[in-house]
Write a protein that binds this ligand. Structure first.
Ligand SMILES: Cc1cc2nc3c(=O)[nH]c(=O)nc-3n(C[C@H](O)[C@H](O)[C@H](O)COP(=O)(O)O)c2cc1C
Length: 368
């Protein structure tokens, strides 16, 4: 019997729990239709705003690669390297809402049973800005989008009331989610930034505001390395750089740590795991921590722009794992390892009595 890859996640039925994340693979209707043809269970559109944006001059994304026989880590193209990460400073979609509206309808007409999540972004500094979130939500759901994902995590915004600057402020997160909730007829996904001290605080703000799903992680704020031969950043415009976002293999363990905190704090809530997924073994990490879907960006960018081989492997890998372990659906393994993440002092020692969690018995800390 064929494995049951379909899942119901936050009220939506997916053919399989794998989505393309909001990014270049989902920047157009033609890409998204190709992605659905290739078998992706869902797609999150490139983030849609009300106004056009202008990206930096030159490339917006590059890939950091390591070499097996030296410690070199560089964006320079050279043979025999392994992917370490992606680095980007790309803004949201350079096409405004008006461009997207007919295309959302076209995508849904071509693939009515696949899940289309519209990623949206606006400011939060005034009632007018909050109204923009509502305009975007109404427009996308009216054209057939199955959910909206609030981009509270873009790391490239100068404005204090946009992108990851909202995602660092639990009050702003709740206010935006509430504004969207007032008009939303579809589930609300909140995509949080990993760039905070305790992401449980921001997740709580999202759920209190009315979000149905938390997605994480967006890219991690970072800089490209400096070339020792030129003393220039490996990616720059006129010698200048600004903080960009790291994605791909390097962030899988970092993003898992953030996700683990949230799934433990809110075991009954829905989470979509993102970061460093290129094959099923990677996705399995997020499922075992408690996620109900997983999203992919960097690996798909490097596989014919929309990841036909990646989705084939994800689906086959999931079917193989289900057969191997005798699981009949994702519910059989979702969260199986969530509670294996414990405080350090709960990890067994050679002599359990000899360690006291670093408190007074060790002589260098006291309980507050
Ligand atoms: C070039 C590029 C553009 C991106 N644009 C967006 C975006 O518009 N909205 C968004 O929510 N995330 C955006 N992301 C973040 C991805 O959706 C994803 O969260 C991140 O890359 C981590 O996943 P990965 O390790 O599979 O790449 C972008 C990532 C890249 C590399």
């Amino acid at each position: 019997m064929a494995a049951q890859l379909n899942v119901t996640f936050a009220g939506l039925r997916f053919d399989n729990p794998f989505l393309l994340a909001s990014a270049p693979p989902t920047e157009s209707d033609s890409n998204i239709i190709r992605a659905f043809d290739a078998g992706w269970g869902g797609v999150v559109t490139k983030t849609i705003g009300l106004h056009p944006v202008v990206n930096v001059y030159g490339p917006k994304t590059k890939f950091l690669r390591s070499t097996p026989d030296s410690p070199q880590l560089s964006m320079k193209k050279r043979p025999g390297t392994a992917l370490h990460s992606s680095w980007n400073w790309e803004l949201i979609s350079d096409k405004p809402l008006d461009w997207w509206v007919p295309r959302i309808a076209r995508i849904k007409a071509a693939h009515p049973h696949r899940i289309l999540v519209a990623s949206i972004m606006a400011g939060s500094g005034s009632d007018e800005e909050l109204g923009h979130w509502q305009t975007l939500t109404r427009a996308c759901q009216d054209e057939g989008a199955d959910a909206v994902e609030l981009n509270l995590s873009c790391p490239h915004m100068d404005r204090q009331d946009m992108g990851s600057n909202i995602g660092k402020d639990t009050a702003q997160i709740s206010i935006v989610a509430q504004a969207v909730k007032e008009v939303a007829k579809v589930p609300i996904w909140a995509k949080l930034t990993p760039s905070t001290t305790d992401i449980v605080v921001e997740a709580r703000g999202a759920f209190l505001g009315g979000a149905d799903v938390v997605s994480s992680s967006n890219t991690f704020p970072s800089l490209p390395p400096i070339d020792p031969d030129t003393l220039d950043f490996e990616m720059n415009v006129d010698g200048f750089v600004s903080s960009g976002g790291l994605g791909g293999p390097a962030i899988l363990p970092l993003s898992m740590a953030k996700m683990s905190q949230m799934t433990q704090a809110f075991p009954g809530r829905a989470f979509s795991g993102i970061g460093g997924v290129a094959e099923f073994a990677h996705a399995l990490n997020y499922f075992l921590l408690g996620c109900g879907t997983v999203q992919v960006c960097t690996a798909a960018m490097l596989d014919q722009a929309i990841g036909p081989n990646v989705i084939r492997q994800l689906k086959q890998g999931m079917a193989d794992a289900m057969e191997k372990y005798g699981w009949s659906s994702l519910d059989d393994f979702r969260g199986l390892r969530r509670d294996r993440v414990v405080t350090h002092s709960k990890i067994r020692r050679p002599d359990d009595k000899a360690y006291h969690g670093g408190f007074e018995a060790e002589g260098y800390a006291t309980t507050l």
